[in-house]
Design a protein. Sequence first.
Length: 108
Amino acid sequence: MYKKNKDIKASNSILGKDSDFEGNIKFFGTLLIQGAFKGKIYGEGTVTIDEDATIRSDIHASEINIHGTIFGHVLAENKIHLYDSAKVLYSGKFSPSSLFLLLSNPIL
């Protein structure tokens, strides 16, 4: 089960809990979003949406971990992980090679 700050590995970029950002983000490596974001996210790597985060954005990345709320299109080249607290409110697009994992009760 997801535990805050224990399952999250070091991130190259972090948008902190008290952040409220509007614009476009392009990243390489990892991105952790803990606050509010509106715009577009594109990355070659892994983006993690924290449990308390609210995202109004289209997201395109290699891998996406969703613990929080997303309003927008979600496109992953490899995997999308949805956890108990995840809410995706719009639509999803998946590449043919994407693996979609619902992690309500992951077996460790």
